[in-house]
Write a protein that binds this ligand. Structure first.
Ligand code: FAQ
Length: 318
């Protein structure tokens, strides 16, 4: 009985657009699904460093290299804010990282595709960060306070990422015939995986209806995907690139672009771990974690030394 009242009050509270904070009562399912989503999001930011990190040493100029370096470092920072937001829900960060390193945890399908040319760095900034922004602007209004605040900060940085990618695409598509070909090739390979980032269609999305009722999600997967397509088509036209979808056309009555069917078999395979780079990505993370052992040891030793010093000072003072 008491539990039913708490659930009802919680529901009214989120429907009135209030934020839930870490110490507030929340349904177990709300806590569980937030840990799941925020952890997957944090892992995506961390694994998301790998495809672009692959090009830092091969960036075509010092300017491009410093910009890319800054962007990849930002992604690491986003991962850290998000792990912190997950920790406010009572989960342990080491446990989350263990799940990523053992291949148990999910992260965005998009980061399991290879970066074959410099143009891919442009396409990732333009399309992948562009899709991430559409999703994350909506999540700024999510009902869980710490996640919402992390999103506000992250979105500011993602806007810079999107612009740096689009600027690379402008340079390439207005450059030599060979450069334009590189831009088109990257666009062809990243377009469909970018649409998959928004998740399964609404009819197949397991978590959407409950998460929308709890105001965790503010728009459905298909609504956000449509928004991204409508926003990106004019940008592709400005670049003079061809959208790799013969079914894409403006629908006057809907006021949106219609687009072709996503290859859901490919999406499901990538999510299951069978994409082009899944194994390589997890292996790289595992190796980086093992090689960072000495840093964690040094940081823990320093923290223990500081704590001992503070205890001694406190006992002298008292
Ligand atoms: N890939 O019922 P739904 C970025 C899973 S950040 C893999 O619809 P939900 C920045 C889903 O987890 C990109 N798995 O789930 C950057 C669930 O699995 P589960 C990451 C996917 O949660 C840029 C199952 O399918 N952004 O890019 C995917 O309601 C450049 C059923 O799906 C976020 O994580 C997928 N694409 O909606 C970094 C945003 N889609 O747990 C570096 C936050 C779905 O039942 C470079 N997350 N699944 O086993 C969200 O908004 C939501 O979690 C969705 C999925 C929309 C991703």
């Amino acid at each position: 009985m008491e539990n039913t009242v708490l659930h009802e009050k919680f529901q009214q509270y989120v429907e009135a657009e209030n934020k839930i904070e870490a110490k507030d009562w929340m349904p177990d399912g709300y806590r569980k699904t937030l840990i799941r989503q925020i952890a997957q999001h944090a892992h995506s930011e961390v694994v998301g460093m790998l495809p672009e990190g692959n090009w830092i040493t091969r960036a075509p100029s010092l300017r491009r290299k410093t910009i890319l370096l800054a962007k990849v470092q930002d992604e690491a920072g986003h991962g850290l804010y998000l792990y912190s937001a997950a920790e406010t829900l009572g989960v342990n960060r080491d446990q989350l990282i263990e799940e990523l390193n053992t291949g148990k945890a999910k992260y965005s399908s998009i980061f399991n595709y290879p970066t074959l040319s410099w143009a891919d760095i442009g396409a990732i900034g333009w399309l992948v960060d562009g899709a991430a922004i559409v999703n994350q602007v909506s999540l700024q209004r999510t009902s869980y306070g710490p996640y919402s605040r992390a999103m506000i900060r992250i979105c500011k940085e993602e806007s810079f990422h999107q612009r740096q990618g689009y600027e690379i695409m402008i340079s390439l598509s207005k450059g030599s015939a060979e450069q334009k070909k590189m831009a088109q090739d990257a666009f062809n390979r990243w377009w469909w995986p970018s649409l998959m980032m928004f998740g399964p269609s609404d009819s197949a999305s397991a978590h959407s209806s409950q998460n929308m009722a709890w105001r965790i999600k503010r728009h459905s997967n298909d609504e956000l995907r449509q928004k991204f397509v409508d926003m990106t088509v004019p940008q592709a036209e400005y670049l003079g690139l061809t959208i790799p979808d013969p079914d894409l056309k403006w629908n006057e009555s809907r006021g949106h672009y219609d687009f072709g069917e996503i290859d859901w078999t490919e999406f499901n395979e990538v999510v299951k771990g069978n994409g082009p780079c899944n194994k390589e990505r997890v292996e790289t993370r595992r190796k980086a974690y093992a090689e960072g052992e000495w840093v964690r040891e040094a940081a823990n030793a320093y923290a223990a030394k500081q704590a001992a010093k503070n205890t001694t000072e406190n006992s002298i003072a008292s």
